[in-house]
Write a protein that binds this ligand. Structure first.
Ligand code: FAD
Length: 421
């Protein structure tokens, strides 16, 4: 009799399946109460990590994008407890280049498009609509620049939602010779606060820019996280691309088109394209942006630094320097252009422009191509909301697909998970 209770408890456990083994799926798995739920993760790739996965070339690896972890968040402190000594914490610098045909402005105080010689106008309240409507709020000089800059991505700002400005790193802009006025306007008006940046240390006195990276890179981090999750009795199925299937209002899943299976709850963090097709017979918009990242190991000891590049002249988008596996590294992200040439010279010009005291000579440049689809249109936002509404009382828990920031995605699911019974 004494042993009956645990067996009964085991039998009563509800089943949760998580689709997608990126950071959102892994954190969701950690948050679920394993005494109440039996948890599995299905991941289509042969490793966990999603977009955080590093680019690896034999023994060498490079970050895929800047990918700093924000150490001021609750989820980071939870992860830190599991990764004692394996995370490198640092305060970092950043900057930006704003470049048009006849001007180049570098600042090491802002990572947003930065201007001078332009007067901000105080605006009244406005309705948040498209990215285009957001851009029209700026003085003409700034709006014209942003529109030209967006042409690089081949996207129509009328179709893109207001919030996507953050993903494109143009959530705010600044005017370097009008910071006092901007500070005043930001206090007076919510919209001004939303669209303009002033130096953070003026704004929030004790804000410290602290971040972290796994010392041995994200691939090693996720290999370890995989072991940790398994120890917590979370089942992990790699190389498992899942397709959705609705049967009588209940979501089922198939893997390799074999027999379907289901769970009390299915948390879908991965790409929702198939799910939306299967549920609403709709196709989401996609703006594939082909990105090439150039990376190199360099001799100079580097600090963690990144610079956003807002240029209407070059394809470059972002520069970053960092340490991984005790090696000093730089990477430059760029819009892919098959005719791009003289890349080493162009990177060297960039290094000069951002006052990075180094020039590449014989270093090998590693090149990695990726396609990013993560821009959400206004139409997609409606589709996501319709999907959530239509599946509200089913076993599907929709992922935070229209949220960009990692911290917000994790928090969104955490709140849902804590209310599961
Ligand atoms: C280059 C880059 C830089 C970024 N920088 C920042 C930043 O500095 N700060 C910030 O807050 N955010 C940043 N983001 C956004 C942030 O990284 C993401 O919001 C977050 O890391 C995404 O994690 P995720 O787990 O939600 O999704 P993903 O990492 O995309 O993981 C989803 C996983 O689901 C799997 N999957 C998809 N479909 C299926 C299926 N049908 N079956 C099984 N598995 C499936 C995929 O293989 C993938 O592993 C950045 C994003 C990119 C691309």
């Amino acid at each position: 009799m004494a042993n009956d209770f645990p067996i009964k408890q085991k039998l009563m456990k509800k089943k949760i399946i998580i689709i997608g083994g990126g950071i959102t799926g892994c954190m969701a798995a950690l948050y679920i109460d394993k005494k109440k739920f039996d948890v599995s993760i299905y991941e289509s790739k042969n490793n966990l990590g999603g977009v955080l996965s590093d680019f690896s070339y034999n023994e060498d690896s490079f970050l895929n994008g800047v990918q700093y972890l924000d150490i001021n968040t609750k989820w980071y402190s939870e992860i830190k407890k599991l990764f004692k000594g394996k995370l490198n914490e640092f305060s970092h610098d950043y900057g930006s280049i704003t470049e048009s045909e006849n001007s180049l402005l570098f600042t090491n105080k802002f990572a947003v498009p930065s201007f001078t010689n332009v007067k901000p106008n105080l605006l009244n309240k406005t309705i948040k609509k498209s990215l285009n409507s957001r851009i029209t709020l700026y003085p003409k000089k700034i709006a014209n620049f942003l529109n030209l800059y967006l042409k690089k991505f081949n996207i129509s700002s009328k179709r893109i939602s207001w919030d996507q400005a953050c993903l494109l790193h143009i959530g705010r802009v600044t005017i370097l010779d009008e910071l006092k006025k901007l500070k005043k306007f930001k206090k007076q008006n919510k919209i001004m606060d939303d669209i303009y940046a002033i130096e953070k240390k003026n704004f929030l006195n004790d804000q410290i820019f602290n971040a972290a990276l796994p010392k041995k890179g994200y691939n090693n981090f996720f290999d370890n996280l995989c072991k940790i999750l398994k120890k917590k009795k979370i089942k992990i199925y790699l190389k498992s691309k899942i397709k959705p299937l609705w049967v009588d209002g209940r979501l089922f899943l198939t893997k390799d088109d074999k027999q379907s299976f289901s769970a009390d709850y299915i948390i879908w963090t991965g790409n929702p394209t198939h799910l939306i097709k299967e549920t609403l017979n709709e196709k989401i918009d996609s703006f594939p942006i082909r990105i090439v990242q150039y990376s190199a190991n360099i001799e100079k000891k580097v600090d963690n630094f990144y610079a956003q590049i807002f240029s209407t002249k070059s394809n470059f988008l972002r520069f970053f320097s960092y340490q991984l596996n005790n090696k000093n590294k730089i990477s430059v992200e760029s819009i892919y252009d098959r005719n791009e040439n003289n890349i080493k010279d162009k990177i060297n010009t960039l290094l000069k422009n951002i006052n990075f005291n180094y020039q590449l000579t014989d270093e090998k440049i590693f090149k990695n191509l990726s396609v990013r689809f993560n821009i959400v249109t206004k139409r997609d936002e409606k589709i996501f909301n319709e999907l959530k509404r239509k599946t509200l009382n089913t076993n599907l828990i929709c992922g935070p697909w229209d949220i960009y920031a990692r911290n917000d995605k994790i928090l969104y699911l955490k709140n849902i998970i804590f209310n599961l019974v």
